[in-house]
Ligand binder design. Structure first.
Ligand code: SF4
Length: 352
């Protein structure tokens, strides 16, 4: 399994979730509701958790927001990360309101005394801080030094944030280095993994919308994970963050790093297919996507390759003209009509 080759990193704790040090790679997302709207935010956080999210980040933009963390945490059972820009007092308030982790760059909050105050508070509360570099907000000094927003510039920028916290005696750190460019993201994290042993939060930032964002994130995150780099991930997509969580879990599943959940394999169809396979797959996916049982389900369009493929899976169907032959662990179970295929498979999945 890819996880055996994972780079050894330090471990931090975010609520009940461990990051780094050999812990399973966790999936994160970020709420896009107004944090002050507690009922909308808690509803979305619950949906994210149901979809398999391990840690949720919320934007904290003023004092009221920081205080709402307590109310949000009382209504949901998942670690909450407070995302703060610039204002160290808000970060301290968020920590005292129960945030399980802070996302803030100490380089943006001013004097060493302020950083020390924040670091001391985080230490007292026992929560880690994520620092990092983002291609959209890197300092001019690093851009000039490296002739642009290069991987070197991003890594040096992140290391600067790390050393500011270290100088305050704080080492409970997670690091992210994000570029919206896949190649630069991968190069940056490779370089960072050689230079530090803090756990890495990986992702392609502002990856985009729909298929484009999914593909960029899958290649970027997947490449890093296969090289043993990355302790927690976020797929960044425009739209409902539930899609980010599903995508993150699919990336982990596809490389054998998520030992639970249902894997649906299906053929691309061709002229031999005499059922509406796309509709069967879509219905089956909708009905089973939140099932956490580790099962492989094959949905094949015809009797040519179908029975062979379907029989290697835990269960499956090889379709014929308007019907399907159901297999369970290599054994033919029964033939059902096309409109009964989905229900039959779902019933078997639930009985496993
Ligand atoms: S399994 Fe059958 S229908 Fe599907 S692509 Fe292969 S030959 Fe075509």
């Amino acid at each position: 399994m890819a996880s055996n080759m994972r780079k050894n990193t330090r471990q931090v704790r975010v609520g009940r979730v461990l990051i780094g040090g050999g812990a399973p790679v966790s999936v994160q997302s970020m709420a896009n509701t107004d944090t002050l709207d507690i009922s909308a935010t808690t509803a979305q956080v619950r949906r994210l958790k149901e979809a398999g999210c391990d840690i949720v980040r919320v934007s904290i933009y003023d004092e009221e927001c920081a205080k709402t963390i307590r109310a949000i945490k009382e209504s949901v059972d998942i670690p909450i990360v407070a995302d703060i820009h610039f204002d160290y007092k808000l970060a301290i308030l968020a920590a005292k309101s129960g945030a399980d982790k802070l996302r803030i760059n100490p380089g943006n909050i001013g004097s060493a005394a302020r950083v020390r105050e924040l670091a001391l508070c985080a230490k007292d509360m026992g929560i880690p801080i994520r620092v990092g570099a983002n291609s959209g907000s890197i300092k001019k000094e690093f851009i000039d030094k490296y002739g642009g927003v290069t991987a070197e510039a991003l890594v040096e920028s992140a290391l600067e944030q790390v050393s500011i916290l270290e100088n305050s005696g704080f080492t409970d750190i997670v690091v992210s280095i994000k570029a919206s460019d896949v190649v630069k993201t991968v190069e940056s994290y490779r370089m960072a993994a050689l230079k530090m042993d803090y756990p890495l939060h990986i992702g392609v930032t502002e990856a985009g919308f729909g298929e484009q964002g999914l593909i960029k994130s899958s290649i970027g995150i997947g490449t890093l994970l296969l090289e043993g780099i990355g302790d927690t991930l976020r797929v960044s997509l425009t739209g409902d963050p539930v899609h980010e969580v599903r995508a993150g879990r699919e990336i982990l599943r596809s490389i054998g790093m998520l030992p639970c959940g249902l894997e649906l394999i299906s053929c691309p169809t061709c002229a031999r297919c005499k059922v509406d396979l796309e509709s069967i797959c879509r219905q089956l996916y909708e009905k089973t996507r939140d099932i956490t049982k580790p099962l492989c389900v094959a949905v094949m369009g015809c009797a040519v390759n179908g029975p062979g493929e379907a029989s290697h899976a835990d269960l499956g169907v090889a379709c014929g003209k308007g019907e399907g032959l159901i297999f369970v662990r290599g054994v033919q179970l029964k033939k059902v009509k096309e409109n009964e295929i989905v229900k039959t498979l779902v019933d078997i999945i639930k009985s496993q």
